[in-house]
Design a protein around this ligand. Structure first.
Ligand code: GDP
Length: 414
């Protein structure tokens, strides 16, 4: 049945890192559709959507005091060191208890600050039991400068519990700076990084008998060094239904992250649209006409996911000594729904639908009927993602004359 293959085709468009539906779920939905059991197919979709929405994510971050653990936790939460609710940095840890930090935008995402195993004096197994190891989705072991035998022993114990850990070495920026100062003539950035990586891997391998990846990061530069690689690795290894929330919780600081966010949201919008429109019988090529419900709330959420909410825009405008309105001129999303626009939204939407149909091919466009809100949500997601990408290079953005759109408008725009 064409429906089944549309389903398959749709999910093939996305990378593993952004897939929010497990392969098992895709297979079972497909097979129900093939057996003409639409009711069951929809029930799998319904359950999957519920899982995606309710999935909690608990991240354990452990490391000795002074390694940059608090700064790392703030970086992961997208909270500035001086903001309210930030993990306090630069203080010696005295507590033996774990501490909980919620993500500011997604309370389902919790980051647990665990005291360093060295400061607790617990053997690794006891440490894990004390820290309620079974509650976490994965562990991040933070270290800096000198390698600690304790960390490797902890990694081994975590592995024995069949849980995932990731080894993060902070302050890479400092290491490079120091090397350059001490050996200005022979300094080679790639060599320094390689040596640090080798040194960590060697120590870990001695204890673990396998070589886990080591991520060299600077907590002050989330788009640099291995921070983006760490995020991609975590996304790849998380169960599908947990990816969506983790992806949204990531700061939009690289083009890859922004694209994955957009892809993740597109899948969710698609699943919701299938759910809403699957029983409709509409003439070939038709579209369910729905009153355009109040989509403002949804669009405001999308803006916040991509860092385009008013608060975020105000911060950027302030940095550039501009007013928000002056600054919005450079972005596309504020023009989408502006009244008195040269291209009315309805016309733009028709063009966009034609664009989607040409990209996704016949079956999808003709076998599954979507409501207008589906196309509007997609149009908005594409526009917001483009704006967020353009904002990565703010200097170039603001050099353009006021009144010009920066990123090349997509075909369906004009
Ligand atoms: P914690 O005790 O492990 O929580 O460590 P903190 O997060 O308080 O960091 C200790 C010190 O290292 C602070 O002065 C931080 O500003 C600094 N720091 C943390 N991470 C980095 C990093 O990646 N690079 C540099 N250069 N300094 C860092």
């Amino acid at each position: 049945m064409a429906w089944a293959s549309s389903f398959d085709e749709f999910f093939k468009n996305f990378k593993r890192e952004s897939k929010i539906l497990s392969e098992e779920n895709i297979t079972s939905i497909k097979s129900y559709i093939e057996q003409n059991d639409l009711q069951e197919a929809l029930s799998v979709i319904d359950n999957a959507l519920r899982d995606i929405e309710n999935a909690p994510l608990n991240i354990a971050v452990t490391g000795e005091t002074g390694t940059g653990k608090s700064t790392f936790i703030n970086a992961l939460r997208g909270v500035g060191q001086e903001e309210e609710g930030a993990a306090t940095t630069g203080v010696t840890e005295t507590t033996m208890e774990r501490k909980q930090y919620d993500h500011p935008k997604f309370p389902q995402v919790k980051i647990w600050d665990l005291p360093g195993i060295g400061s607790t004096n617990f053997p690794p197994q006891n440490y894990l039991t004390e820290m309620k190891f079974a509650e976490y989705d994965f562990f991040i072991i933070v270290s800096s400068t000198r390698f600690k035998e304790n960390d490797a022993q902890l990694a081994k114990a975590i592995k024995e519990m069949k849980m995932n850990f990731y080894f993060v070495r902070t302050k890479t920026d400092n290491d490079l700076y120091n090397e350059q100062k001490s050996k200005p003539k022979s300094f080679n950035k790639e060599n320094v990084l390689m040596n640090i990586r080798k040194d960590c891997s060697k120590h870990l391998q001695e204890v673990l008998s396998s070589e886990p990846p080591v991520f060299l990061v600077s907590n002050f530069e989330r788009s640099g060094y291995d921070f983006p690689n760490l995020e991609m690795k975590l996304l790849r290894e998380l169960p599908a239904h947990k990816r969506h929330i983790f992806m949204l919780s990531l700061h939009s600081v690289t083009e890859d992250t922004i694209n994955l966010k957009r892809d993740s949201l597109k899948q969710k919008v698609w699943l919701e649209a299938v759910k809403a429109g699957a029983f409709a019988t509409i003439p070939f090529g038709g579209m369910i006409s729905d009153d355009l419900e109040n989509l403002d709330e949804t669009f405001n959420l999308y803006r916040s996911y991509f860092g385009l909410d008013d608060a975020s825009l105000e911060k950027i405008a302030e940095d550039f000594d501009m007013s928000v309105n002056e600054f919005k001129v450079h972005l596309q999303f504020p023009h989408l729904f502006a009244e008195g626009n040269d291209v009315p939204l309805g016309d733009r939407l028709v063009k966009y639908i034609k664009h989607i149909s040409s990209v996704t091919g016949g079956p999808l466009a003709t076998c599954i009927y979507f409501r207008k809100t589906f196309y509007l949500q997609n149009l908005f997601l594409d526009t917001a993602a483009n704006d967020a990408i353009a904002l990565l290079n703010k200097e170039a953005l603001f050099e353009k004359k006021v009144g010009q759109y920066i990123s090349k408008p997509p075909d369906y725009w004009e």
